[in-house]
Design a protein around this ligand. Sequence first.
Ligand code: KPL
Length: 302
Amino acid sequence: MELVVFGAGSLGSLIGGLLAREHDVTLVAREAHARAVNESGLRLEGAVADSPERVFPAATTDGTGLEADLALVTVKSFDTAAAAERLATGTFDGVLSLQNGMGNEATLAARLEAPVLAGTATYGAVLREPGVVDCTGVGEVVLGARAGGPSALAVRLGEAFAAAGLETTVAEDMPRRLWEKLAVNAGINPVTALTAIENGAVLEDPADGLSRAAVRETARVARACDVPLSNREARSAMEAVAEATATNTSSMRQDVLAERRTEIDAINGHVVDRAAALGLEVPTNRTLTTLVRTWERGRDVR
Ligand code: KPL
């Protein structure tokens, strides 16, 4: 299968690198990373291989006019519209969003003719340097039709992902899965970013109360949106990811450490916006959102 990974940062490089074990992959990446991959391949380190492994995807900085069976979108949520404009100049049988936050699939679908699938990924990844990606936790990719229900394209992609050794589930309840992942990110990402702790520490005193409250509020908003996600299910999902990635640096903490804009708007900010539209109070998500936005404004990265 021919695949394009649009947005080869940490997660995109890891997933793209794993897919390149089995498929023809092109990474759309920043200049230094694309140059390193084209010159020496992509080095995969950490939990996905017994010893570091080199794979050889193609890499480019230009995401226009590309052709492939699938475009995998892994850009930050605030770059989704710009990515869609460039993807619209290419030809794909399908597009899969593997991004954090809510609303990415709708942004893509509004601009693209190809069918858009939804996905979530809980692999931990850190781009150590151009051409080197470290898997800091083996997770899972879940993908399926964005409105739920069966999808032949999702089954085809699921088989392609599994053939490359990725832990993959094809799901028919993607709206619920997306809200569950949103709850996981709402509980882990801003708390780790604001307090400089690793993911596992959100389960310990004194951070645990804050994380669990953010998760509980997110599940409540999901239910108000007719998505059946109980507090217990959301909390177990967050605890499972925090345990499985206990020593990891969340993507939002990586953004804060690198003084980059975060995905707060599409994560806790989305919970706050949906709650406001429904007349619900989500004080923990509101406070976390305000704190991270204040940090962003202070660094001039908004
Ligand atoms: O999605 C994540 C992220 O870091 O953005 C995980 C590691 C799953 C939870 O924080």
